[in-house]
Write a protein that binds this ligand. Structure first.
Ligand code: PLP
Length: 466
């Protein structure tokens, strides 16, 4: 008699385990921690991961294929590929622009890339790693995104690309940035690690641009947008978009990320860089997808050299496992609800904190955008007679978690002391953010009770009762 339990029996046992292990999540003010970010995972994710484990396929397989397809459809682009982190996604995206496969349009060491210093280091690090020179401009003080009016001042004959994150889920001014990139024929990478699901609609008076790739040896990187393309998810406007699936982010697979684009040539390059740099595009477990595995003559290699071992790019191995993909696939069902919850929590906190405008700069959604908020950023005004550290410590004693605007001003970070970069104009708002900004959570695990508690304690710090 076969005593091997069926998958169904295993799933039933897991279901029972989850029910038995369920914890009481009642919010106890002052005792229950209120982290700034977190994951919402439960039975669907655990069951999916069990399924993937029972497959024992381990590397990317059926779950990854399904997840990539779902994500691609959600984003409204042609293709997305998973990678093992948001940082890897940025590494792959930026390195793709340096690929020799782009011919004369490829970036080269010494080329300049416009970006901001108020953000996460791994948006910018791949530029440095590839030998490019980041050029920093200031941010706007209430959107925490690039101040697009400074773009022209940053331009030089060496400028080749713009790489920017949609800060904390708030889209940057895509109308101005895409117009600038189109006017100067620059590459654009949108780091959407904190902004999955955020939308942008180009203003009506805007002719509208969409990233493209030159055909037949040309060099034009932008085309006019069709009217139907004036609105879309962030990441679909520029040449490549990136995502993070770390637990703090909109959906999670533990560690993970994705690179996406509507351009097949760029995605082939991105895939190659993710997969050791190889020329072959067979998925794990498959051979001879191209139909001429032993017929290629590439580089200075012997005729018919196995395509699996031909490398066209300087690559890495940044793939995920199918267990990770299974978790993220289950999260896709929840994504619309997650985005709504983030927007709802943001709106609620805006209302609750509005009486504190005398003390704090309130965040603003970028015009024409529908953010998918990652956090609720606040900046302590100069003349309040208080310090950010005092406020953060005050909140900490009530178990209210806060975060800073990541690196604050990257150029002031220790590792930047020996780096080659350029600053265009003053980074005044960036410095203000580095010195006085912080953010609190709006993630879907938080309810109005949590947010009330956060607002009350912040009000209390300033001596304001609501
Ligand atoms: C804007 C931005 N880009 C990139 C990353 C890196 O993502 P990961 O932690 O998955 O490497 C982060 C991380 O939070 C981020 O906020």
């Amino acid at each position: 008699m076969d005593n091997t339990p069926s998958r169904d029996a295993i799933h039933r046992a897991v279901s029972q385990y989850i029910a038995d292990a369920a914890q009481d999540n009642t919010f106890i003010p002052g005792q229950t921690p209120i982290p700034p970010s977190g994951k919402v995972v439960g039975e669907p994710e655990i069951q999916a991961m069990i399924d993937a484990s029972l497959d024992a396929w381990l590397t990317t397989g059926r779950f990854n294929a399904e997840f990539e397809a779902r994500l691609t459809a959600f984003l409204g682009v042609e293709r997305s590929i998973t990678v093992n982190s948001g940082s890897s996604a940025n590494l792959v995206a930026v390195s793709s622009l340096f690929s020799p496969q782009l011919g004369k349009n490829a970036l080269r060491p010494g080329d300049e890339v416009i970006t901001v210093a108020a953000g996460f280091p791994t948006t910018v690090n791949p530029v440095i790693q590839n030998g490019g020179c980041p050029v920093f401009i200031d941010i706007s003080r209430d959107t925490y995104n690039i101040d697009a009016s400074q773009l022209n001042a940053a331009l030089s004959p060496k400028t080749r690309a713009v790489v920017l994150a949609h800060t904390l889920g708030n889209p940057f001014d895509l109308a101005a940035v895409t117009r600038f990139c189109a006017e100067h024929n620059l590459w654009l990478i949108e780091d959407c690690c904190d902004a999955l699901g955020a939308r942008y609609t180009l203003p009506e008076e805007e002719a509208g641009w969409r990233a493209t790739l030159p055909e037949n040896g040309g060099d034009t990187l932008w085309r006019r947008a069709d009217p139907a393309e004036h609105s879309g998810k962030v990441g679909s406007f520029g040449h490549l978009g990136t995502l993070s699936f770390y637990p703090a982010h909109h959906i999670t697979m533990g560690e993970g990320g994705a690179v996406f684009s509507s351009n097949p040539q760029l995605m082939r390059i991105a895939e190659s860089i993710r997969d050791w740099g190889r020329d072959c595009w067979c998925p794990p477990g498959k051979d001879n997808t191209c139909g001429k595995r032993f017929c290629w003559k590439l580089g200075d290699l012997p005729e018919g050299y196995d395509h699996k071992y031909v490398y066209s790019n300087l690559g890495y191995n940044l793939k995920i496992t199918d267990m990770q993909a299974a978790c993220a696939l289950a999260q896709m069902d929840r994504l619309p609800g997650f985005i709504e919850a983030r927007q709802r929590n943001f709106a609620y906190l805006s209302e609750r904190l509005a009486p504190l405008e005398e003390f704090l700069i309130m965040p603003c959604a970028t015009p024409c955008s529908q953010p998918s908020w990652f956090g609720f950023p606040l900046t302590l005004k100069k003349d309040t007679g208080t310090h950010r550290l005092d406020l953060l410590r005050y909140l900490e004693q009530y178990h209210i978690g806060t975060r800073l605007l990541f690196a604050g001003n990257l150029t002031r970070q220790p590792y930047f002391a020996t780096r080659h970069f350029r600053v265009a104009g003053a980074l005044s708002n960036t410095d203000t953010a580095a010195e006085s900004a912080f953010w609190v959570g709006v993630w879907p695990g938080l309810s109005e009770a949590h947010l009330d508690y956060v607002a009350d304690r912040i009000g209390e710090f300033f001596g304001v009762g609501f």
